[in-house]
Design a protein around this ligand. Structure first.
Ligand code: PEP
Length: 254
């Protein structure tokens, strides 16, 4: 399976001209790179333009994703974006439960669960983010935290549906810090995640999981997370806004 490289632009860049520039540079730089699957998750407001660019480019290696979604399809939900709307712009993936949404916007595991179910029902792959905060790590609570995020986030989700969910282990303390998790530690946590899934579903389901690592990924460390720590890809925040660095990340991951 090709590694999956997901770019999370967060609330960047500040205007459409810059978004087009980043996107076009990445697209050009990756024209001949076929050894990785690349997903770009821009802010919602740039999706129509990037969708338009992509639809004119038949050889596209790049797919679009969203950074969030709402669980209802339509109606009186001011400020929200539905999965149906995302589907209209060919979004194939949606990031759900990012730590910035859990922390700053108080998103709960129960809201995350509804979003995952809704994404699955629209055939959009959820990328479920899980990870511990610094103080939870210091108190050796990684397993407990991940277990509750996974169990509550996946409430009433079947064995069959799990195959369409991508997991992203993102230790909160590593995000945007320039201080990634060590390869040994991330490898252990990847196994812990598989154990949690094996206990909830089965060993076979756990073995097939697609788990990404996220948190200060750059071109110089991406290979280790895939080759040594065994992740099936990475989720990239800050470095995904620098086309040159992002292209290197994709190349080095392959
Ligand atoms: C993220 O926000 O998902 C992330 C991994 O950020 P960064 O790469 O900047 O640490």
């Amino acid at each position: 399976m090709k590694p999956l490289i997901v770019a999370n632009w967060k609330m960047n860049p500040q205007n459409l001209a810059q978004a087009k520039q980043i996107f076009n540079s990445v697209k050009k730089g990756l024209e001949d790179v076929k050894s990785a699957e690349v997903v770009i998750c821009p802010p919602f407001i740039y999706l129509p333009t990037l969708f338009d660019f992509l639809s004119r480019w038949i050889k596209s290696q790049i797919k679009l994703g969203a950074q969030n979604c709402f669980w209802e399809e339509k109606g009186a939900y001011t400020g929200e974006i539905s999965l149906l709307m995302l589907k209209n712009f060919a979004c194939k993936y949606v990031i759900i439960g990012h730590s910035e949404r859990r922390g700053i916007l108080k998103e709960t595991n129960s809201m995350i669960n509804k979003k995952i179910k809704a994404a699955l029902s629209f055939g959009i792959k959820p990328i479920l983010c899980v990870g511990e905060k610094k103080e939870e790590k210091q108190k050796e609570k990684i397993f407990v935290v991940l277990k509750s995020q996974v169990e509550q986030g996946l409430r009433k989700i079947s064995k069959k549906e799990i195959e369409n969910i991508i997991f992203a282990y993102e230790p909160v303390w590593a995000i945007g810090s320039g201080n990634p998790c060590s390869l040994d530690e991330s490898h252990v946590v990847r196994l812990l995640l598989q154990k949690i899934i094996a206990q909830k579903y089965s060993r076979q389901v756990a073995q097939k999981l697609q788990i990404l690592y996220g948190g200060s990924v750059k071109s110089s460390n991406v290979n280790g997370f895939i080759k040594d720590a065994g992740f099936q890809g990475v989720l990239v925040g800050g470095a995904s806004l620098d086309p040159k660095e992002f292209i290197e990340i994709v190349k080095n991951a392959s």
